[in-house]
Design a protein around this ligand. Structure first.
Ligand code: NCD
Length: 293
Protein backbone atom coordinates (compact mmCIF):
# COMPACT_ATOMS: atom_id res chain seq x y z
CA UNK A 1 0.00 0.00 0.00
CA UNK A 2 1.47 3.37 -0.97
CA UNK A 3 0.86 6.63 0.87
CA UNK A 4 1.81 10.18 -0.10
CA UNK A 5 2.81 12.09 3.00
CA UNK A 6 5.89 13.84 1.64
CA UNK A 7 7.38 13.85 -1.84
CA UNK A 8 10.17 11.64 -0.45
CA UNK A 9 7.60 8.82 -0.44
CA UNK A 10 7.95 8.84 -4.23
CA UNK A 11 10.89 7.58 -6.29
CA UNK A 12 12.20 9.71 -9.16
CA UNK A 13 10.64 7.16 -11.57
CA UNK A 14 7.25 7.56 -9.88
CA UNK A 15 7.49 11.36 -10.05
CA UNK A 16 8.39 11.16 -13.72
CA UNK A 17 5.41 8.87 -14.23
CA UNK A 18 3.15 11.42 -12.51
CA UNK A 19 4.46 14.23 -14.74
CA UNK A 20 3.96 12.11 -17.84
CA UNK A 21 0.45 10.95 -16.87
CA UNK A 22 -0.51 14.52 -15.95
CA UNK A 23 0.61 15.79 -19.39
CA UNK A 24 -1.46 13.08 -21.04
CA UNK A 25 -4.52 13.85 -18.91
CA UNK A 26 -4.13 17.53 -19.82
CA UNK A 27 -4.49 16.66 -23.51
CA UNK A 28 -7.49 14.35 -23.09
CA UNK A 29 -10.97 15.81 -23.35
CA UNK A 30 -12.57 12.66 -21.93
CA UNK A 31 -10.13 10.89 -19.65
CA UNK A 32 -10.74 7.16 -19.18
CA UNK A 33 -12.73 6.09 -16.11
CA UNK A 34 -9.70 4.46 -14.53
CA UNK A 35 -11.11 4.82 -11.01
CA UNK A 36 -14.68 3.66 -11.70
CA UNK A 37 -16.29 2.17 -8.54
CA UNK A 38 -13.56 3.64 -6.32
CA UNK A 39 -14.44 5.87 -3.38
CA UNK A 40 -12.24 8.54 -1.83
CA UNK A 41 -12.85 10.26 1.48
CA UNK A 42 -11.77 13.84 2.14
CA UNK A 43 -11.09 14.85 5.72
CA UNK A 44 -10.18 18.55 5.86
CA UNK A 45 -9.61 20.01 9.32
CA UNK A 46 -8.24 23.25 7.82
CA UNK A 47 -9.87 25.52 5.25
CA UNK A 48 -9.28 24.92 1.60
CA UNK A 49 -10.47 26.45 -1.65
CA UNK A 50 -8.25 24.85 -4.27
CA UNK A 51 -6.85 21.62 -2.87
CA UNK A 52 -10.04 19.95 -1.70
CA UNK A 53 -12.01 20.80 -4.84
CA UNK A 54 -9.05 19.90 -7.06
CA UNK A 55 -8.81 16.43 -5.48
CA UNK A 56 -12.56 16.01 -5.80
CA UNK A 57 -12.67 17.05 -9.45
CA UNK A 58 -9.61 14.89 -10.20
CA UNK A 59 -11.26 11.85 -8.61
CA UNK A 60 -14.55 12.47 -10.43
CA UNK A 61 -12.84 13.03 -13.79
CA UNK A 62 -11.42 9.52 -13.42
CA UNK A 63 -14.82 8.07 -12.54
CA UNK A 64 -14.38 7.77 -8.74
CA UNK A 65 -16.81 9.08 -6.17
CA UNK A 66 -15.94 11.27 -3.21
CA UNK A 67 -17.37 11.52 0.29
CA UNK A 68 -16.56 14.36 2.69
CA UNK A 69 -16.49 14.60 6.41
CA UNK A 70 -17.09 18.11 7.63
CA UNK A 71 -15.10 18.25 10.89
CA UNK A 72 -17.12 21.20 12.21
CA UNK A 73 -20.17 18.89 12.13
CA UNK A 74 -18.38 15.69 13.14
CA UNK A 75 -18.08 13.93 16.48
CA UNK A 76 -14.64 15.42 17.13
CA UNK A 77 -16.71 18.30 18.48
CA UNK A 78 -18.35 15.74 20.84
CA UNK A 79 -14.98 14.65 22.21
CA UNK A 80 -14.09 11.80 19.86
CA UNK A 81 -10.34 11.56 19.30
CA UNK A 82 -9.00 12.30 15.82
CA UNK A 83 -7.63 8.79 15.72
CA UNK A 84 -11.07 7.29 16.36
CA UNK A 85 -12.61 9.60 13.76
CA UNK A 86 -10.06 8.36 11.22
CA UNK A 87 -10.53 4.68 12.18
CA UNK A 88 -14.29 5.03 11.75
CA UNK A 89 -13.91 6.60 8.31
CA UNK A 90 -11.41 3.89 7.35
CA UNK A 91 -13.88 1.23 8.58
CA UNK A 92 -16.18 2.27 5.71
CA UNK A 93 -13.46 0.88 3.45
CA UNK A 94 -12.76 3.83 1.16
CA UNK A 95 -10.04 3.36 -1.47
CA UNK A 96 -8.10 6.29 -0.02
CA UNK A 97 -8.33 9.13 2.48
CA UNK A 98 -7.24 12.67 1.63
CA UNK A 99 -6.41 14.60 4.78
CA UNK A 100 -5.49 18.16 5.77
CA UNK A 101 -4.67 19.08 9.35
CA UNK A 102 -2.61 21.69 11.20
CA UNK A 103 -0.68 18.93 13.03
CA UNK A 104 2.58 18.21 11.17
CA UNK A 105 2.60 14.51 12.13
CA UNK A 106 -1.05 13.43 11.89
CA UNK A 107 -1.12 12.28 8.25
CA UNK A 108 1.93 10.07 8.80
CA UNK A 109 0.43 8.69 12.00
CA UNK A 110 -2.73 7.64 10.15
CA UNK A 111 -0.71 6.27 7.23
CA UNK A 112 1.17 4.07 9.69
CA UNK A 113 -2.07 2.17 10.41
CA UNK A 114 -1.75 0.95 6.79
CA UNK A 115 -5.51 0.45 6.46
CA UNK A 116 -6.11 2.72 3.46
CA UNK A 117 -3.83 4.85 1.23
CA UNK A 118 -3.33 8.25 2.87
CA UNK A 119 -2.90 11.38 0.74
CA UNK A 120 -1.57 14.38 2.58
CA UNK A 121 -3.35 17.53 1.36
CA UNK A 122 -1.36 19.79 3.71
CA UNK A 123 0.04 19.10 7.16
CA UNK A 124 0.92 22.09 9.36
CA UNK A 125 4.05 23.76 8.04
CA UNK A 126 5.54 20.34 7.27
CA UNK A 127 4.45 19.15 3.84
CA UNK A 128 2.07 19.67 0.93
CA UNK A 129 3.29 17.10 -1.58
CA UNK A 130 0.70 17.53 -4.34
CA UNK A 131 1.31 21.30 -4.38
CA UNK A 132 5.04 20.69 -4.91
CA UNK A 133 4.28 18.19 -7.68
CA UNK A 134 1.97 20.60 -9.49
CA UNK A 135 4.56 23.35 -9.13
CA UNK A 136 7.20 21.03 -10.58
CA UNK A 137 4.85 20.18 -13.46
CA UNK A 138 4.22 23.89 -14.11
CA UNK A 139 7.96 24.61 -14.20
CA UNK A 140 8.61 21.67 -16.53
CA UNK A 141 5.76 22.66 -18.80
CA UNK A 142 7.19 26.16 -19.13
CA UNK A 143 10.93 25.52 -19.20
CA UNK A 144 11.09 22.01 -20.69
CA UNK A 145 14.26 21.09 -18.85
CA UNK A 146 14.31 21.48 -15.07
CA UNK A 147 18.04 21.10 -14.45
CA UNK A 148 19.67 24.41 -13.51
CA UNK A 149 16.48 26.51 -13.44
CA UNK A 150 16.77 29.24 -10.80
CA UNK A 151 13.78 29.96 -8.58
CA UNK A 152 13.41 32.40 -5.70
CA UNK A 153 10.93 31.53 -2.96
CA UNK A 154 9.67 34.75 -1.38
CA UNK A 155 7.59 35.32 1.77
CA UNK A 156 6.71 33.44 4.94
CA UNK A 157 8.98 30.49 4.17
CA UNK A 158 9.44 29.25 7.72
CA UNK A 159 5.71 28.68 8.24
CA UNK A 160 4.93 27.36 4.78
CA UNK A 161 4.36 23.68 3.95
CA UNK A 162 4.36 24.71 0.29
CA UNK A 163 7.94 25.95 0.69
CA UNK A 164 9.02 22.83 2.66
CA UNK A 165 7.73 20.49 -0.02
CA UNK A 166 8.99 22.60 -2.91
CA UNK A 167 12.48 22.76 -1.42
CA UNK A 168 12.55 19.00 -0.84
CA UNK A 169 11.28 18.14 -4.32
CA UNK A 170 12.94 20.76 -6.52
CA UNK A 171 16.40 19.93 -5.17
CA UNK A 172 16.02 16.35 -6.49
CA UNK A 173 15.59 17.73 -10.03
CA UNK A 174 18.58 20.09 -10.03
CA UNK A 175 16.52 23.27 -9.61
CA UNK A 176 18.50 26.03 -7.87
CA UNK A 177 16.55 27.61 -5.03
CA UNK A 178 17.18 30.87 -3.21
CA UNK A 179 15.15 32.15 -0.29
CA UNK A 180 14.00 35.75 0.09
CA UNK A 181 12.35 36.87 3.31
CA UNK A 182 12.61 39.18 6.28
CA UNK A 183 14.41 37.68 9.28
CA UNK A 184 11.09 36.66 10.94
CA UNK A 185 10.03 34.55 7.93
CA UNK A 186 13.40 33.02 7.11
CA UNK A 187 14.18 29.42 8.14
CA UNK A 188 17.63 28.96 9.64
CA UNK A 189 18.07 25.23 9.26
CA UNK A 190 18.37 25.20 5.46
CA UNK A 191 21.60 25.34 3.55
CA UNK A 192 20.35 27.51 0.68
CA UNK A 193 21.29 31.03 -0.48
CA UNK A 194 19.33 33.54 1.61
CA UNK A 195 18.49 37.16 0.78
CA UNK A 196 16.64 39.84 2.65
CA UNK A 197 16.03 42.03 -0.38
CA UNK A 198 13.97 41.03 -3.40
CA UNK A 199 15.97 43.30 -5.68
CA UNK A 200 19.12 41.30 -4.95
CA UNK A 201 17.71 38.19 -6.68
CA UNK A 202 15.21 39.37 -9.27
CA UNK A 203 17.87 39.96 -11.93
CA UNK A 204 19.20 36.43 -11.62
CA UNK A 205 16.21 34.05 -11.51
CA UNK A 206 13.94 32.31 -14.01
CA UNK A 207 10.95 32.03 -11.67
CA UNK A 208 9.63 33.51 -8.45
CA UNK A 209 7.34 31.64 -6.07
CA UNK A 210 5.53 34.09 -3.81
CA UNK A 211 3.98 32.88 -0.54
CA UNK A 212 1.46 34.59 1.71
CA UNK A 213 2.08 35.29 5.39
CA UNK A 214 0.66 32.24 7.21
CA UNK A 215 -1.25 34.37 9.72
CA UNK A 216 -3.06 31.36 11.21
CA UNK A 217 0.29 29.84 12.19
CA UNK A 218 1.62 32.95 13.93
CA UNK A 219 1.17 32.79 17.71
CA UNK A 220 1.16 36.56 17.83
CA UNK A 221 1.08 39.11 15.01
CA UNK A 222 4.54 39.28 13.40
CA UNK A 223 4.00 42.50 11.48
CA UNK A 224 1.52 45.10 12.59
CA UNK A 225 1.19 46.45 9.15
CA UNK A 226 1.59 44.48 5.96
CA UNK A 227 1.86 47.64 3.88
CA UNK A 228 5.48 48.08 4.90
CA UNK A 229 6.09 44.37 4.29
CA UNK A 230 4.50 44.73 0.83
CA UNK A 231 6.77 47.66 -0.01
CA UNK A 232 9.69 45.22 0.25
CA UNK A 233 8.27 41.89 -0.92
CA UNK A 234 5.29 42.49 -3.20
CA UNK A 235 5.91 41.55 -6.85
CA UNK A 236 4.98 44.64 -8.84
CA UNK A 237 5.30 46.14 -12.30
CA UNK A 238 8.11 48.30 -10.90
CA UNK A 239 10.32 45.48 -9.64
CA UNK A 240 9.45 42.87 -12.30
CA UNK A 241 9.69 45.31 -15.23
CA UNK A 242 10.18 43.45 -18.50
CA UNK A 243 12.15 40.59 -16.95
CA UNK A 244 11.76 37.23 -18.66
CA UNK A 245 10.56 35.34 -15.58
CA UNK A 246 7.45 33.50 -14.47
CA UNK A 247 5.50 34.23 -11.30
CA UNK A 248 3.98 31.48 -9.19
CA UNK A 249 1.86 31.40 -6.04
CA UNK A 250 -0.04 28.47 -4.47
CA UNK A 251 -2.94 30.71 -3.45
CA UNK A 252 -4.67 32.20 -1.61
CA UNK A 253 -2.96 35.35 -2.87
CA UNK A 254 -3.00 38.39 -0.63
CA UNK A 255 -3.45 40.86 -3.46
CA UNK A 256 -1.09 43.84 -3.46
CA UNK A 257 0.81 42.35 -0.51
CA UNK A 258 2.21 39.24 -2.22
CA UNK A 259 1.59 40.16 -5.87
CA UNK A 260 0.13 43.35 -7.35
CA UNK A 261 -3.14 43.26 -9.32
CA UNK A 262 -1.23 44.20 -12.42
CA UNK A 263 1.32 41.40 -12.17
CA UNK A 264 -1.39 38.86 -11.30
CA UNK A 265 -3.06 39.52 -14.63
CA UNK A 266 0.26 39.69 -16.52
CA UNK A 267 0.85 36.76 -18.93
CA UNK A 268 3.97 35.89 -16.92
CA UNK A 269 1.76 35.00 -13.93
CA UNK A 270 1.18 31.23 -13.77
CA UNK A 271 -1.11 31.38 -10.75
CA UNK A 272 -4.23 30.07 -12.52
CA UNK A 273 -2.19 27.71 -14.70
CA UNK A 274 -0.97 26.15 -11.44
CA UNK A 275 -4.60 25.52 -10.44
CA UNK A 276 -5.39 23.93 -13.81
CA UNK A 277 -2.24 21.81 -13.66
CA UNK A 278 -3.09 20.79 -10.10
CA UNK A 279 -6.13 18.96 -11.39
CA UNK A 280 -4.13 16.85 -13.88
CA UNK A 281 -1.31 16.22 -11.42
CA UNK A 282 -3.80 15.02 -8.78
CA UNK A 283 -5.42 12.73 -11.36
CA UNK A 284 -1.96 11.27 -11.98
CA UNK A 285 -1.30 10.94 -8.24
CA UNK A 286 -4.61 9.12 -7.68
CA UNK A 287 -3.83 6.80 -10.59
CA UNK A 288 -0.40 6.03 -9.13
CA UNK A 289 -1.59 5.40 -5.58
CA UNK A 290 -4.84 3.56 -6.33
CA UNK A 291 -3.98 1.65 -9.50
CA UNK A 292 -0.27 1.39 -10.12
CA UNK A 293 1.08 0.73 -6.62
C1 NCD B 1 -1.66 26.57 0.52
C2 NCD B 1 -1.92 25.71 1.73
O1 NCD B 1 -3.03 25.58 2.22
O2 NCD B 1 -0.93 25.14 2.15
N1 NCD B 1 -2.68 26.66 -0.38
C3 NCD B 1 -2.91 25.62 -1.24
O3 NCD B 1 -3.05 24.50 -0.83
N2 NCD B 1 -2.95 25.90 -2.55
C4 NCD B 1 -0.94 27.80 0.79
C5 NCD B 1 -1.48 28.77 1.79
O4 NCD B 1 -2.47 28.55 2.47
O5 NCD B 1 -0.84 29.81 1.87
Amino acid sequence: MQHLITTDDLTIEQIEQILEDASRFKLQKNPPSLLKNRLLFTLFFENSTRTRSSFEVAAKRLGASVAHLDPSKSSTSKGETLEDTFLNIAAMQPDGVIIRHSDNALAQKFADFNITPLLNAGSGNFAHPTQALLDLFTLKEHFGNLEGIKIAIVGDIVNSRVASSAIALFGRFGIKISLVAPEQFMPHNLDLPKFEKLKDVLGDVDAVMSLRAQLERHNKPIFEDYETYASHYCLTKENIGDKNIIIMHPGPVMRNIDISDEILSDPRSKVLTQVTNGLFVRMAVLKLLLLDS
